[in-house]
Design a protein around this ligand. Structure first.
Ligand code: NAD
Length: 356
């Protein structure tokens, strides 16, 4: 049994992790610390009445210290971040504040409680980061491994790189028991509707254009969020202090392939369930036309990285991690979730920032 703070636990991946952890470790005490920014949503934790949601800022070191003391916290799983690359291009300040200073605030509070004042009992600070810190790959470059040099290209990835280095330093200098995971692009339930997969899915349902950056041939590795949660759980259980693990979905795909799969799946869903045409009458699929007719090419994102790919040999061999789904299966489950949860996503559409 553990006492956890999950930062950013009302966001997309954090909330999925809290639901997952409740299933695999039902006796844990879980405190979610979340500022409830545009991306946070208390409804993501509906049904988890015994999870304490504290609305607060990770930059507030005193608040973090008091939560660690009051709840005898021994584990911090750190998701809270500004996470949307497009927003980091138009407004980088919040990214530096939350991702760099916020992570440092948590590290300071953890060090004080667990090392300076604590009894040195086992503890864990798990930091959730991104493959984007490694920069962009050419078509024939080997996939990112844990030893690939950092080369972040966006304000988002630079701020995450800064946070990764601080976590590393707190282990190396002070002996804080840290682990870091760098994962690829997640998708699944509770993803905020400005990210690629929910954006394209919901636009296909409402007959809006599917705005494809550049030539659509930027490549990403796609990871179902539940597989990611299993990877984080494996880091917590088997990861060694000070170590970094890359977590991928084994699904390296150009954006265009992803978009075509989304269109195909939406068309298939409408063909199988005639009630969808009544619920979403503006979808091309409601009139028997292909969703792919909505594809629209738009000006490329500034500094858009061309390719990310994950070499997950270390997580596979040392943690026993392997993703359970391929993209078509993971997306079919995700589409079913979005079709069943219109009451969740409909109110969020106003808050989504679509800059493309
Ligand atoms: P998200 O934007 O959906 O959620 C972020 C959460 O953090 C929100 O609930 C928000 O309210 C909260 N938050 C923001 N600033 C805060 C602050 N100052 N104090 C407390 N809470 C704050 O993000 P996500 O997609 O769930 O990503 C979670 C983590 O995973 C991030 O660290 C991100 O960098 C990393 N990551 C995400 C992806 C992905 O594909 N989504 C890929 C790789 C890594």
């Amino acid at each position: 049994m553990a006492n956890l703070i999950v930062t950013g636990g009302a966001g997309f991946i954090g909330a999925n992790f809290v639901h997952y952890r409740r299933k695999v470790a039902p006796d844990d005490q879980i405190v979610v610390l979340d500022l409830l920014t545009y991306a946070g949503n208390r409804h993501n934790l509906d049904g988890l009445d015994d999870v304490l949601l504290v609305e607060g800022d990770i930059c507030d070191t005193e608040l973090v210290s008091s939560l660690i003391a009051d709840h005898q916290i021994d584990t911090i799983v750190h998701f809270a971040a500004e996470s949307h690359v497009d927003r980091s291009i138009t407004g980088p300040d919040a990214f530096v504040t939350t991702n760099v200073i916020g992570t440092h605030s948590l590290l300071k509070a953890a060090k004080k409680a667990w090392l300076d004042e604590g009894s040195g009992k086992p503890h864990r600070f798990h930091h959730v980061s991104t493959d984007e810190v490694y920069g962009s790959l050419g078509p024939n470059d080997p996939a990112f491994s844990e030893t690939t040099p950092y080369a972040p290209n966006s304000p988002y990835s630079a701020s995450k790189a800064g946070s990764d280095h601080l976590v590393r330093a707190y282990h190396h200098t002070y002996g804080l028991e840290t682990t870091t995971s760098n994962c690829s692009n997640n998708y699944g339930p509770f993803q905020f509707p400005e990210k690629l997969i929910p954006l394209f899915t919901l636009n296909a349902l409402s007959g809006k254009p599917l705005p494809i950056y550049g030539d659509g041939m930027n490549v990403r590795d796609w990871l179902h969020v539940e597989d990611h949660c299993r990877g984080i759980e494996a880091c917590l259980r088997k990861g060694q202090p000070g170590e970094v693990y890359n977590i991928g979905g084994g699904q390296e795909l150009p954006n265009l392939t992803v978009i075509e799969e989304i269109c195909r799946s939406v068309d298939k869903a409408f063909a199988a369930d005639p009630s969808l045409a009544k619920r979403f009458p503006d979808a091309p699929a409601a009139q028997g036309r292909p969703s792919a007719e909505l594809k629209t090419y738009v000006t490329d994102r500034k500094g858009h990285d061309r390719r990310y790919a994950i070499d997950e040999t270390k997580a596979r061999t040392e943690l026993g991690y392997a993703p359970a789904r391929d993209f078509p299966q993971g997306f079919a489950e995700t589409l079913a979730w979005f079709l069943a949860r219109e009451n969740w996503w409909q109110p969020l559409l106003e808050r989504a920032s679509i800059t493309r």
